[in-house]
Design a protein around this ligand. Structure first.
Ligand code: ZN
Length: 325
Protein backbone atom coordinates (compact mmCIF):
# COMPACT_ATOMS: atom_id res chain seq x y z
CA UNK A 1 0.00 0.00 0.00
CA UNK A 2 1.41 3.36 -0.97
CA UNK A 3 1.17 5.69 2.02
CA UNK A 4 1.76 8.95 0.20
CA UNK A 5 1.79 10.25 -3.37
CA UNK A 6 4.93 10.69 -5.47
CA UNK A 7 5.24 14.37 -6.32
CA UNK A 8 7.58 16.21 -8.61
CA UNK A 9 10.38 17.70 -6.55
CA UNK A 10 10.65 21.43 -5.89
CA UNK A 11 13.77 21.45 -8.03
CA UNK A 12 12.05 19.87 -10.99
CA UNK A 13 9.12 22.28 -10.68
CA UNK A 14 11.55 25.18 -10.47
CA UNK A 15 13.26 24.26 -13.75
CA UNK A 16 9.95 23.53 -15.45
CA UNK A 17 8.77 27.03 -14.58
CA UNK A 18 12.15 28.60 -15.37
CA UNK A 19 12.52 27.13 -18.86
CA UNK A 20 9.16 28.63 -19.87
CA UNK A 21 10.39 32.13 -19.14
CA UNK A 22 14.08 32.18 -20.01
CA UNK A 23 16.80 30.38 -21.92
CA UNK A 24 18.48 27.98 -19.56
CA UNK A 25 22.25 28.08 -19.24
CA UNK A 26 24.09 24.85 -20.06
CA UNK A 27 24.46 24.16 -16.35
CA UNK A 28 20.75 24.64 -15.77
CA UNK A 29 19.89 22.46 -18.74
CA UNK A 30 21.98 19.70 -17.29
CA UNK A 31 20.34 19.97 -13.83
CA UNK A 32 16.89 20.09 -15.42
CA UNK A 33 17.66 16.91 -17.33
CA UNK A 34 18.97 15.20 -14.19
CA UNK A 35 15.84 16.05 -12.20
CA UNK A 36 13.56 15.01 -15.06
CA UNK A 37 15.37 11.74 -15.50
CA UNK A 38 15.29 11.02 -11.76
CA UNK A 39 11.55 11.63 -11.61
CA UNK A 40 10.90 9.44 -14.64
CA UNK A 41 12.89 6.68 -12.94
CA UNK A 42 10.92 6.98 -9.72
CA UNK A 43 7.61 6.88 -11.60
CA UNK A 44 8.78 3.80 -13.47
CA UNK A 45 9.58 2.08 -10.16
CA UNK A 46 6.09 3.01 -8.86
CA UNK A 47 4.49 1.69 -12.03
CA UNK A 48 6.25 -1.65 -11.78
CA UNK A 49 5.43 -1.90 -8.06
CA UNK A 50 1.81 -1.07 -8.87
CA UNK A 51 1.78 -3.80 -11.48
CA UNK A 52 3.39 -6.40 -9.22
CA UNK A 53 1.14 -5.40 -6.31
CA UNK A 54 1.98 -3.82 -2.97
CA UNK A 55 -0.88 -4.99 -0.75
CA UNK A 56 1.44 -6.76 1.69
CA UNK A 57 3.72 -3.81 2.41
CA UNK A 58 3.49 -0.15 3.39
CA UNK A 59 5.47 2.13 1.10
CA UNK A 60 6.61 5.68 1.75
CA UNK A 61 7.79 7.57 -1.30
CA UNK A 62 10.05 10.60 -1.58
CA UNK A 63 10.36 11.18 2.12
CA UNK A 64 12.57 13.57 4.11
CA UNK A 65 13.44 12.31 7.59
CA UNK A 66 15.15 14.33 10.26
CA UNK A 67 17.71 12.63 12.49
CA UNK A 68 19.13 14.97 15.07
CA UNK A 69 20.29 17.95 13.04
CA UNK A 70 20.58 16.26 9.66
CA UNK A 71 17.91 15.46 7.11
CA UNK A 72 18.02 12.51 4.71
CA UNK A 73 15.90 11.96 1.62
CA UNK A 74 14.48 8.54 0.72
CA UNK A 75 13.12 7.58 -2.70
CA UNK A 76 11.15 4.66 -1.28
CA UNK A 77 10.86 2.89 2.08
CA UNK A 78 9.22 -0.52 2.00
CA UNK A 79 7.82 -1.58 5.37
CA UNK A 80 6.37 -4.79 6.80
CA UNK A 81 6.72 -6.61 10.11
CA UNK A 82 10.25 -7.67 9.18
CA UNK A 83 11.35 -4.05 9.13
CA UNK A 84 12.32 -1.34 6.66
CA UNK A 85 13.93 -1.78 3.26
CA UNK A 86 15.39 1.35 1.68
CA UNK A 87 15.04 1.45 -2.09
CA UNK A 88 17.36 4.06 -3.56
CA UNK A 89 16.18 4.50 -7.13
CA UNK A 90 18.69 5.32 -9.88
CA UNK A 91 17.75 5.99 -13.46
CA UNK A 92 21.27 5.55 -14.79
CA UNK A 93 21.66 4.75 -18.47
CA UNK A 94 24.74 3.57 -20.32
CA UNK A 95 27.79 1.57 -19.37
CA UNK A 96 29.07 1.78 -15.82
CA UNK A 97 32.09 0.29 -14.21
CA UNK A 98 32.92 0.03 -10.51
CA UNK A 99 36.59 -0.25 -9.66
CA UNK A 100 37.97 -0.08 -6.15
CA UNK A 101 34.68 1.37 -4.93
CA UNK A 102 34.68 4.21 -7.48
CA UNK A 103 31.96 4.50 -10.12
CA UNK A 104 32.77 5.35 -13.75
CA UNK A 105 30.47 6.09 -16.67
CA UNK A 106 32.05 5.72 -20.08
CA UNK A 107 35.44 5.82 -18.39
CA UNK A 108 34.73 9.02 -16.47
CA UNK A 109 34.32 9.00 -12.72
CA UNK A 110 30.85 10.12 -11.62
CA UNK A 111 30.17 12.55 -8.80
CA UNK A 112 27.78 10.28 -6.93
CA UNK A 113 28.77 7.30 -4.87
CA UNK A 114 25.59 5.24 -4.92
CA UNK A 115 26.71 2.55 -2.47
CA UNK A 116 28.05 5.04 0.06
CA UNK A 117 24.83 7.01 -0.31
CA UNK A 118 22.74 3.90 0.33
CA UNK A 119 24.86 2.91 3.32
CA UNK A 120 24.43 6.37 4.81
CA UNK A 121 20.65 6.28 4.37
CA UNK A 122 20.40 2.80 5.86
CA UNK A 123 22.75 3.78 8.70
CA UNK A 124 20.53 6.71 9.69
CA UNK A 125 17.53 4.40 10.02
CA UNK A 126 19.55 1.88 12.03
CA UNK A 127 20.44 4.75 14.38
CA UNK A 128 16.77 5.65 14.70
CA UNK A 129 15.83 2.04 15.41
CA UNK A 130 18.55 1.70 18.03
CA UNK A 131 17.50 4.93 19.70
CA UNK A 132 14.12 3.36 20.52
CA UNK A 133 15.50 -0.15 21.07
CA UNK A 134 13.38 -1.26 18.13
CA UNK A 135 13.35 -4.88 17.14
CA UNK A 136 13.14 -4.84 13.36
CA UNK A 137 15.47 -5.15 10.40
CA UNK A 138 16.83 -2.29 8.32
CA UNK A 139 18.41 -2.97 4.93
CA UNK A 140 18.62 -1.39 1.51
CA UNK A 141 19.01 -1.89 -2.21
CA UNK A 142 20.06 0.29 -5.09
CA UNK A 143 17.39 -0.05 -7.75
CA UNK A 144 18.49 0.58 -11.34
CA UNK A 145 15.24 1.04 -13.23
CA UNK A 146 16.48 1.54 -16.77
CA UNK A 147 16.79 -1.44 -19.11
CA UNK A 148 19.62 0.48 -20.77
CA UNK A 149 21.94 0.20 -17.75
CA UNK A 150 25.02 -2.01 -17.85
CA UNK A 151 27.39 -2.60 -14.97
CA UNK A 152 30.81 -4.17 -14.74
CA UNK A 153 32.56 -4.54 -11.44
CA UNK A 154 35.59 -6.11 -9.82
CA UNK A 155 33.65 -6.36 -6.57
CA UNK A 156 31.24 -9.29 -6.51
CA UNK A 157 29.78 -8.29 -3.16
CA UNK A 158 28.24 -5.30 -4.95
CA UNK A 159 25.59 -7.43 -6.64
CA UNK A 160 23.92 -8.18 -3.31
CA UNK A 161 23.21 -4.44 -2.92
CA UNK A 162 21.82 -3.98 -6.40
CA UNK A 163 18.62 -4.74 -8.26
CA UNK A 164 18.70 -4.21 -12.02
CA UNK A 165 15.65 -3.76 -14.20
CA UNK A 166 15.61 -7.36 -15.36
CA UNK A 167 15.22 -8.55 -11.76
CA UNK A 168 13.00 -5.77 -10.46
CA UNK A 169 9.65 -7.54 -10.75
CA UNK A 170 11.03 -10.64 -9.11
CA UNK A 171 12.55 -8.53 -6.35
CA UNK A 172 9.31 -6.66 -5.62
CA UNK A 173 7.28 -9.87 -5.81
CA UNK A 174 9.30 -11.22 -2.88
CA UNK A 175 7.48 -8.77 -0.60
CA UNK A 176 4.25 -10.65 -1.27
CA UNK A 177 2.90 -12.62 1.65
CA UNK A 178 4.63 -10.40 4.21
CA UNK A 179 2.72 -9.28 7.25
CA UNK A 180 1.52 -5.80 8.10
CA UNK A 181 0.83 -5.98 11.81
CA UNK A 182 1.68 -4.15 15.00
CA UNK A 183 5.35 -3.91 14.19
CA UNK A 184 4.66 -2.23 10.85
CA UNK A 185 2.35 0.22 12.59
CA UNK A 186 5.06 0.93 15.13
CA UNK A 187 7.59 1.62 12.37
CA UNK A 188 5.21 3.92 10.50
CA UNK A 189 4.50 5.86 13.68
CA UNK A 190 8.19 6.13 14.42
CA UNK A 191 8.98 7.39 10.92
CA UNK A 192 6.05 9.79 10.83
CA UNK A 193 7.38 11.53 13.94
CA UNK A 194 10.51 12.37 11.97
CA UNK A 195 9.07 13.44 8.63
CA UNK A 196 9.99 16.97 7.58
CA UNK A 197 9.66 19.12 4.47
CA UNK A 198 12.60 19.25 2.09
CA UNK A 199 14.93 21.74 3.83
CA UNK A 200 17.36 22.09 0.94
CA UNK A 201 15.34 24.39 -1.28
CA UNK A 202 17.08 27.63 -2.13
CA UNK A 203 15.73 28.26 -5.60
CA UNK A 204 15.52 31.91 -6.44
CA UNK A 205 16.01 33.46 -9.79
CA UNK A 206 17.10 36.92 -10.87
CA UNK A 207 13.83 38.48 -11.94
CA UNK A 208 15.51 40.37 -14.76
CA UNK A 209 16.08 37.11 -16.62
CA UNK A 210 12.41 36.23 -16.75
CA UNK A 211 9.96 36.94 -19.47
CA UNK A 212 6.93 38.62 -17.91
CA UNK A 213 3.40 37.66 -18.85
CA UNK A 214 1.28 34.56 -19.27
CA UNK A 215 1.92 31.69 -21.67
CA UNK A 216 -0.13 29.03 -23.39
CA UNK A 217 -0.30 25.80 -21.40
CA UNK A 218 -0.25 23.78 -24.58
CA UNK A 219 2.55 25.27 -26.70
CA UNK A 220 4.20 27.79 -24.35
CA UNK A 221 3.61 30.82 -26.55
CA UNK A 222 3.27 34.21 -24.86
CA UNK A 223 1.19 35.43 -27.79
CA UNK A 224 -2.24 35.36 -26.19
CA UNK A 225 -5.37 37.12 -27.34
CA UNK A 226 -7.89 38.31 -24.78
CA UNK A 227 -11.54 37.36 -24.92
CA UNK A 228 -13.89 38.03 -22.05
CA UNK A 229 -13.15 35.13 -19.69
CA UNK A 230 -10.40 33.42 -21.63
CA UNK A 231 -7.06 33.94 -23.29
CA UNK A 232 -6.70 32.35 -26.71
CA UNK A 233 -3.29 31.31 -27.99
CA UNK A 234 -2.29 33.11 -31.17
CA UNK A 235 -0.12 30.15 -32.20
CA UNK A 236 -2.06 26.96 -31.46
CA UNK A 237 -5.52 28.45 -30.73
CA UNK A 238 -5.80 26.74 -27.35
CA UNK A 239 -8.25 28.57 -25.15
CA UNK A 240 -7.70 28.66 -21.40
CA UNK A 241 -9.69 30.59 -18.82
CA UNK A 242 -8.15 33.57 -17.06
CA UNK A 243 -8.32 31.54 -13.88
CA UNK A 244 -6.31 28.65 -15.34
CA UNK A 245 -3.65 31.11 -16.55
CA UNK A 246 -3.42 32.82 -13.18
CA UNK A 247 -3.21 29.52 -11.32
CA UNK A 248 -0.28 28.52 -13.52
CA UNK A 249 1.40 31.86 -12.91
CA UNK A 250 0.89 31.68 -9.12
CA UNK A 251 2.33 28.19 -9.13
CA UNK A 252 5.33 29.33 -11.22
CA UNK A 253 5.88 32.27 -8.91
CA UNK A 254 6.19 30.16 -5.78
CA UNK A 255 8.73 27.83 -7.42
CA UNK A 256 10.78 30.57 -9.06
CA UNK A 257 11.00 32.75 -5.95
CA UNK A 258 11.09 30.27 -3.13
CA UNK A 259 10.32 31.85 0.23
CA UNK A 260 9.78 35.29 -1.30
CA UNK A 261 6.56 37.05 -0.42
CA UNK A 262 4.06 37.48 -3.22
CA UNK A 263 2.24 40.79 -3.14
CA UNK A 264 -0.44 42.01 -5.48
CA UNK A 265 2.04 44.35 -7.10
CA UNK A 266 4.83 41.81 -7.51
CA UNK A 267 2.39 39.31 -9.01
CA UNK A 268 0.88 41.86 -11.39
CA UNK A 269 4.39 42.70 -12.54
CA UNK A 270 5.21 39.00 -12.96
CA UNK A 271 2.25 38.52 -15.31
CA UNK A 272 3.17 41.67 -17.22
CA UNK A 273 -0.03 43.43 -16.07
CA UNK A 274 -1.84 41.56 -18.79
CA UNK A 275 -5.11 41.14 -16.91
CA UNK A 276 -6.94 43.81 -14.94
CA UNK A 277 -6.10 44.19 -11.23
CA UNK A 278 -9.75 43.47 -10.41
CA UNK A 279 -9.67 40.05 -12.11
CA UNK A 280 -6.30 39.19 -10.61
CA UNK A 281 -7.33 40.24 -7.12
CA UNK A 282 -10.45 38.07 -7.19
CA UNK A 283 -8.39 35.02 -8.18
CA UNK A 284 -5.70 35.74 -5.57
CA UNK A 285 -8.39 35.84 -2.87
CA UNK A 286 -9.87 32.59 -4.10
CA UNK A 287 -6.67 30.54 -4.37
CA UNK A 288 -4.28 32.02 -1.83
CA UNK A 289 -3.98 32.29 1.91
CA UNK A 290 -3.81 35.92 2.91
CA UNK A 291 -1.12 37.11 5.30
CA UNK A 292 -1.15 40.56 6.77
CA UNK A 293 2.08 42.02 8.09
CA UNK A 294 1.70 45.62 9.22
CA UNK A 295 0.27 47.41 6.22
CA UNK A 296 1.54 44.85 3.71
CA UNK A 297 -0.61 42.00 2.46
CA UNK A 298 1.04 38.95 0.96
CA UNK A 299 -0.44 35.87 -0.68
CA UNK A 300 0.50 32.20 -0.36
CA UNK A 301 -0.69 29.77 -3.01
CA UNK A 302 -3.01 27.18 -1.43
CA UNK A 303 -1.95 24.21 -3.51
CA UNK A 304 1.23 22.27 -3.97
CA UNK A 305 1.43 23.16 -7.62
CA UNK A 306 -0.58 23.95 -10.73
CA UNK A 307 -1.45 20.31 -11.46
CA UNK A 308 -2.77 19.80 -7.94
CA UNK A 309 -4.91 22.90 -8.24
CA UNK A 310 -6.30 21.78 -11.60
CA UNK A 311 -7.12 18.38 -10.13
CA UNK A 312 -9.87 20.06 -8.11
CA UNK A 313 -12.63 20.08 -10.70
CA UNK A 314 -15.16 21.63 -8.32
CA UNK A 315 -13.24 24.88 -8.66
CA UNK A 316 -13.58 25.16 -12.40
CA UNK A 317 -17.12 24.63 -13.54
CA UNK A 318 -17.55 27.97 -15.15
CA UNK A 319 -15.11 28.73 -17.91
CA UNK A 320 -13.72 25.62 -19.51
CA UNK A 321 -10.35 25.30 -21.20
CA UNK A 322 -10.05 23.97 -24.73
CA UNK A 323 -6.57 22.71 -25.51
CA UNK A 324 -5.72 21.99 -29.13
CA UNK A 325 -4.03 18.68 -29.83
ZN1 ZN B 1 -0.52 27.63 -27.76
Amino acid sequence: MFLNPRNKSQDLLFYEALQRRTDLTNGEKSWFKTFQKGFVGECLYDEIFEDVGHDDVLVYRDLYLKFGKSVTQYDALVINDNGIVVNEIKNYTGEYKVEGGDWFRNGQRISEEPVAQLNRSVGKLIGLRNSVNGNFGVSGKLIFVSDDFYLQTDDNSLWSKIVVRMDLRRYLRKFRGGKIGNKSQFIVRLLSENIVENPYIDNNVDEGRLRKGLYCGQCGSFNLIKSRFHLVCGECESKESNETHLLRAMSDYQFLFYGKDMTRISFMSFIGDCLTPRVVYRILLKHCYINKKGNQTTYTFKYRNFDNAMAKPELFVKYKDHLKE
